[in-house]
Design a protein around this ligand. Sequence first.
Ligand SMILES: CC(C)(COP(=O)(O)OP(=O)(O)OC[C@H]1O[C@@H](n2cnc3c(N)ncnc32)[C@H](O)[C@@H]1OP(=O)(O)O)[C@@H](O)C(=O)NCCC(=O)NCCS
Length: 279
Amino acid sequence: MQTNIQIHSLANVDLEELSTLYNLSYQNYYVSINLSLDQFRGKLKMEDINLNFSIGASIDGKLVGFLLYGIRDYNNIKTAYIGGTGVCPEHRGKKITQQMLDFSFPKLKEQNIKNIFLEVNTKNDFAINAYEACGFEKTRTLNSYKGIPILVVNPLHEIVEFSDLDLITSENFWDIKPTWKNDIQSVKNIIEDCQINGIYEDGILVAYKIINKNNTRIYQFGVHHDYRNRYLASILFSDLKNKEIKMINVDEREISTNDFIQSMGLELYDKQYEMKKEL
Ligand SMILES: CC(C)(COP(=O)(O)OP(=O)(O)OC[C@H]1O[C@@H](n2cnc3c(N)ncnc32)[C@H](O)[C@@H]1OP(=O)(O)O)[C@@H](O)C(=O)NCCC(=O)NCCS
């Protein structure tokens, strides 16, 4: 029997219907995902998901697939980010994902969007196949860690809270740009949920971390390039001694960062690819 699939914008979607389909699609995912409606709203806000550009697939008026697009300037280029893709289990294998992707590209191009990024579990061949068929390429591998940090040094420095995010400059702190989810703009979007603290020396911010207070997820941390190899990162995490923390999207090329995280006793539990398509 021929199924009549309609591909359309999600501009007028019922948010409850969308979040129900989101949870259904990710039910048996590698890392279990089940968001309340409030958590789902928080995800949309954090990732700048814009429902006007996001795409749905419906059969007989029922939503069976979705493609969530965030839009923002990233590396000073107008960029889109796929914050979620899903098709309900009984309609998989019908190329609905490819239809939604193909439908979206001209609309993004019209808005002068140059690149699309996404993250996908390295074991998720079904999704990787669908993305590659539509022109996405793997750009980097990202590690996910969790565990309770072990304190290995005496904290000789005070850890203080600060609010001026402009102090976190890429020149001072980063080797590689954080992914969309860990980007400073994502933090700004949910600033009320974040705790931002660091270590100062002679009035200079020499180490910092940003953590979600509700789920102890670390979005970013860094030690100033000129102050490395002085145990500042270990001291920075000393206030989280007995708490389970999570860090996702740690670029595997950042050898010293990965070594440090593992030295704190955190376990590598998952890997993702970042993929990119140029429009
Ligand atoms: C990944 C997902 C969105 C793909 O959607 P889809 O519309 O079924 O995709 P396609 O029809 O284009 O098929 C993609 C691949 O899925 C596999 N597939 C085929 N039939 C399938 C079926 N009945 N059930 C599951 N997967 C099937 C095939 O390997 C296919 O690759 P191929 O084209 O090389 O044969 C869907 O499986 C899903 O919702 N998964 C759970 C959520 C998820 O993983 N999202 C992606 C996160 S980045």
